[in-house]
Design a protein around this ligand. Structure first.
Ligand SMILES: Cc1ncc(COP(=O)(O)O)c(C=O)c1O
Length: 413
């Protein structure tokens, strides 16, 4: 018997979403085609857009720009919004020189700065770092020991130079340790200085009540496969007054911000998953938070030296449990759990496969051995008390073996 504790990496499609997806896959039509099949596909995609808009709290379906997932939406937000504020990059002047472009045309002064938290997903942090080649200045705002953004440091960084700041990007909740960020406060402060704000809400969507209009951000990333939709579709929820420079150029679909033939089946399945994830969100989140706390209490009782990463209670995602097991290697723990029938993770799936310390834990002030000794257990709607109790029963032996392996390889305890 296998039990899946890796929903933050990807969450299985429930039967109704799978049915909606496969039914749509049987129909061939490009929603940009003018014939009846194309127009019917257009209607289905617009219905899906409307459902996704409702689920994310957008004020209009036009705010939903469909993408191939979270990575693309993050890239579009970071690169596109930065280029919007640094329009002359790549022409005669560039953001670092601050020169006017040749030809005498005036354009607004460059805003090279990007403010991001120190624990962003690589889809945000790597996109921002890539822009340094074009003159961007990336400012990383520190987090506390639980991974919560240092609001005073953020305010100081923002107010130090708001007129040279192109955008702020702070994730709604962390993918590794589940810390929920004070995103409404982040947005309010940036708005006061007329700086656009993006949030990566990939992990928060479907776990926390999320209302794009109420939170006050300008752009928000979501993806389908973390909430029981298919891999390969997501969205950048984008205020109507913003027109970031496209990352993908082509046929001008999606407000000319994201070209490419629309994925009707993906959008229909995404809409079905988003609707069911948000329809019963309080009940679902309450159920998962109770299981999360059962697992946290059980781990603490079974392995007293294990340390919870991130805050307890309401400050963390309802489906996230993340522990440091001193003296163990994260990958050794994964193999131990795997052999015992449990799918777990050492952190972010995107950097799994390469044994590295967790950048998130390092940013929280932990040392390298600690940042290598972690294990993440993420729950889903089908996780039961019996699943949690089975994992707890298997845990002590797995930890003892992982520690023995660590001692044999000379890893510090
Ligand atoms: C916080 C966060 N942002 C972005 C992504 C990337 O999303 P996608 O897998 O849809 O490209 C992930 C995936 O793990 C994530 O956890």
């Amino acid at each position: 018997m296998r039990t899946y504790f890796d929903h933050a990496a990807t969450s299985p499609m429930p039967p109704d979403v799978l049915d909606a997806y496969t039914a749509e896959l049987r129909r061939a039509a490009n929603p940009s085609s003018l014939h009846a099949e194309g127009q019917a596909a257009r209607m289905r995609i617009e219905q899906a857009r409307e459902d996704i808009a409702r689920a994310v709290g957008a004020s209009t379906p036009a705010e939903v720009v469909l993408t191939s997932g979270g990575t693309e939406a993050d890239n579009l937000a970071i690169k596109g919004l930065w280029r919007l504020r640094n329009a002359d990059v790549g022409s005669a002047g560039d953001a670092s020189s601050g020169e006017e472009p040749s030809g005498g045309e005036h354009s607004s002064p460059p805003r090279p700065r990007i403010l991001i938290s120190a624990i962003e997903h690589p889809a945000v942090s790597e996109a921002a770092d890539w822009l340094t080649g074009l003159g961007a200045e990336v400012v990383r705002i520190p987090v506390d020991a639980d991974g919560r953004l240092d609001l005073a440091a953020y305010e100081a960084a923002l107010t130090a130079d708001p007129d040279r700041t192109a955008l702020v990007s702070v994730m709604a909740a962390n993918n590794e340790i589940g810390t929920v960020q004070p995103i409404a406060e982040v947005a309010a402060l940036a708005r006061a200085h007329r700086v656009p704000v993006h949030t990566d809400a990939v992990q928060a969507f479907g776990q926390l009540p999320l209302d794009f209009a109420a939170v006050g951000v300008d752009a928000m990333t979501v993806t389908a496969h973390k909430i029981g939709g298919p891999v390969g579709i997501g969205a950048l929820v984008l205020g109507r007054d913003l027109a970031p420079e496209p990352v993908l150029h082509g046929g001008g679909q999606e407000r000319s911000v994201r070209s490419g033939t629309l994925d009707v089946a993906g959008a229909v399945a995404f809409a079905a998953a988003a609707t069911s994830a948000t329809a019963d969100l309080p009940a679902r989140a309450g159920h998962m938070a109770a299981l999360r706390d059962r697992l946290i209490d059980g781990i603490t009782a079974a392995v007293p030296e294990a340390e919870l990463s991130g805050p307890p209670g309401a400050g963390r995602l309802p489906n996230n449990v993340h522990f440091v097991f001193p003296g163990c290697e994260g990958d050794t723990l994964i193999f131990g759990f795997d052999a015992a029938g449990f799918a777990t993770s050492a952190g972010s799936a995107c950097s799994a496969g390469v044994s590295r310390p967790s950048e998130v834990l390092l940013a929280c002030g932990r040392d390298e051995p600690t940042a290598r000794a972690c294990q993440r257990f993420t729950l889903g709607p089908e996780t039961s008390e019996a699943d949690v109790d089975r994992l707890l029963a298997a845990l002590p032996e797995i930890v003892v073996r992982a520690r023995r392996a660590g001692m044999a390889s000379g890893a510090p305890a």
